[in-house]
Design a protein around this ligand. Structure first.
Ligand SMILES: *[C@@H]1O[C@H](CO)[C@@H](O)[C@H](O)[C@H]1NC(C)=O
Ligand SMILES: *[C@@H]1O[C@H](CO)[C@@H](O)[C@H](O)[C@H]1NC(C)=O
Ligand SMILES: *[C@@H]1O[C@H](CO)[C@@H](O)[C@H](O)[C@H]1NC(C)=O
Length: 547
């Protein structure tokens, strides 16, 4: 019917898939392959992007449109996710198993998204099947537009450090041992930008340089420090903290931060030390901060790690405060949003259970261990496909002692709800939780079992906002989140074996008033799989009607 076609074309013109049509476009074609790498000195098979390990770094500017055509030349389905990029109104581009069909071998998919209203240090990595244990990750730096000042003078230079634990065993072998019910072995090494000793970070004496650090490892927490220098914290996952000065900083799995270092020492070479925290393995990687023209190493031992374990770390975490007067990516001051005065609409208390399910090793949240469904949850929701999503089946409080079950839980939440989430750790190892689509305020870290009494201890004034929070052993971390981004969002462990084994779930943030100003429609090039295979996106329908 021509009238329908005309209407569809009109609707499509209104529903432009990217809001900022005037903002610049950056195009990338990324071919993903296997290839030899030797990060620990012995050859192993890595996952490369355009032949590189780590993958290419994206440097872009707030609101740029990023068009990334990913060609999968692996022999397994593949997806990339953009860690910390909020994908406003656009969970279609989030690249996790619950939102996107995997890119089949020998196929490609073009991600189209905007780094909307964000400035800072982010990463991307493969989200499926433990692929990231073999590479495929990289840095994604978003710079400010000239009109939007950041709360520090422009640095003389900018260094990006991807740090993390590393295994000689490839992802298949590690996956096999998890599938067979084993645990991950201790890591074999620690890497900075894919090697144990990266090329020197070179600066001029007297200059101040920005170090962007992201923990892209599978599970180890790390500490970073620079011999003879102090670190002024200026960014935590795209938000501006109070600029405290530290001797060293802890960075847990999935987290990013950035600090300034002034080269105010005698012109020498200084060690940049990254070491594992808490783990049985005591691993170190050492880089160099080279003062231009220096010809000798600074004397003395490598700087030692923090004097304390968890107590030291939690104290440092509590010292991270939001700078209420710093401007955000948007021109309005962050502090104009008084999060502490907003009543919460509900509370979720999410407890991990120790890894076990009917004899096989699985991880779970409130008694449910997430299994990847045959159809992405976002597609099942979009096309009303029954029996994929378990709506609201996840208990809002930890389940009793019953053994966990397998499931695909989605918690339904309303757009603009203001929600309290408490992550309860009942185990002896540190956990790390990440939410896609959002930043949240970390209002408290505590010991033991969380109770409502703990709310009295919350920081309701200047808690640090971020997207990934650590939860200390046998303790809790509490967050507040303003659900202003409609979509299907993954809430997951950033400890990657735990995520793989089921410590994750999805939140659907939704309103019955369907509008393109709340959420974009399914992209024209969406891959349709599982029970959505053979269906069409509206635009594909429109094309076939016109054709
Ligand atoms: C695959 O790449 C081609 C260009 O090489 C592009 O035209 C096409 O849209 C891509 N497919 C998807 C699903 O994005
Ligand atoms: C907070 O940001 C403001 C505005 O950019 C800046 O001048 C100030 O130094 C920052 N305050 C702290 C304590 O870091
Ligand atoms: C870890 O190794 C460093 C240097 O190799 C050493 O100084 C430190 O004492 C070790 N720490 C532990 C807990 O073994």
């Amino acid at each position: 019917m021509p009238a329908t076609a005309a209407l569809l074309v009109l609707l499509l013109a209104v529903a432009a898939p990217l809001a900022g049509a005037d903002d610049p476009y950056r195009y990338f074609t990324w071919t993903v392959t296997y290839g030899p790498i030797s990060p620990l000195g012995t050859p192993q098979q890595g996952i490369l992007i355009n032949g590189q390990f780590p993958g290419p770094r994206i440097d872009c500017v707030t609101n740029d449109n990023l068009i990334v055509n990913v060609v999968n030349n692996l022999d397994e389905p593949f997806l990339l996710t953009w860690n910390g990029i909020k994908q406003r109104k656009n969970s279609w581009q989030d690249g996790v198993a619950g939102t996107n069909c995997p890119i089949p071998p020998s196929a490609n998919y073009t991600y189209k998204f905007q780094a909307k209203d964000q400035i800072g240090t982010f990463t991307y990595f493969p989200s499926l099947a433990l692929h990231r244990a073999s590479g495929g990750f990289g840095a994604l730096n978003v710079y400010q537009r000239p009109a939007i000042p950041v709360p520090y003078p422009p640095p003389a230079g900018d260094f990006t450090l991807l740090v993390g634990d590393w295994y000689k065993a490839g992802y298949r072998q590690l996956r096999q041992s998890l599938d067979a019910g084993g645990a991950l072995p201790p890591p074999d090494g620690l890497l900075i930008n894919g090697v144990q000793s990266p090329p020197a970070f070179v600066g001029a004496r007297g200059g101040t340089y920005l170090f962007r650090v992201s923990n892209v490892g599978l599970r180890a927490s790390v500490n970073i420090r620079i011999q003879g220098h102090r670190l002024r914290l200026v960014e935590v996952e795209g938000t501006h903290p109070v600029q405290n000065v530290y001797d060293s900083l802890d960075v847990h799995a999935g987290q990013s931060l950035a600090f300034l270092v002034t080269l105010d020492q005698p012109p020498l070479d200084y060690a940049v030390v990254v070491s594992t925290r808490f783990a049985p393995a005591n691993l170190t990687a050492v880089g160099t901060l080279h003062y231009a023209g220096a010809t000798a190493r600074a004397p003395g031992p490598l700087p030692a790690g923090p004097p304390g374990q968890y107590d030291w770390s939690v104290n440092q975490a509590r010292s991270f405060r939001w700078n209420l007067t710093a401007s955000a990516a948007r021109p309005n001051p962050q502090g104009s949003f008084h999060y502490g005065a907003i009543p919460t609409s509900r509370t979720l208390v999410l407890a991990s259970s120790s890894p076990a399910l009917a004899g096989r090793r699985r991880c779970a949240v409130n008694g449910v261990s997430f299994v990847v469904p045959d159809t992405p949850l976002k597609l099942a929701d979009n096309y009303n496909i029954a029996n994929v999503i378990e709506w609201d089946s996840l208990p809002a409080r930890p389940a009793g002692g019953a053994p966990p079950r397998a499931g695909t839980p989605v918690v339904r939440l309303n757009l603009h709800e203001f929600v309290e989430v408490v992550f309860q750790n009942t185990e002896n190892e540190l956990q790390s939780w990440h939410l896609d689509g959002y930043d949240f305020w970390v209002v408290g870290y505590g010991d033991g079992q969380w109770t409502e009494m703990q709310r009295q201890t919350y920081n309701l004034v200047d808690a640090q906002a971020r997207h990934t929070v650590q939860v200390y052993p046998n303790g809790w971390s509490a967050i507040l989140v303003s659900l202003d981004n409609q979509g299907m969002w993954n809430l997951r462990s950033a400890i990657w074996d735990r995520q793989y084994l089921g410590q994750q779930l999805y939140l659907r943030v939704w309103t019955p008033q369907q509008s393109f100003s709340n959420e974009y429609s399914i992209p024209t090039n969406a891959i349709l799989c599982g029970r959505a295979a053979g269906l069409h996106t509206d635009e594909q329908d429109a094309e076939s009607i016109q054709g």
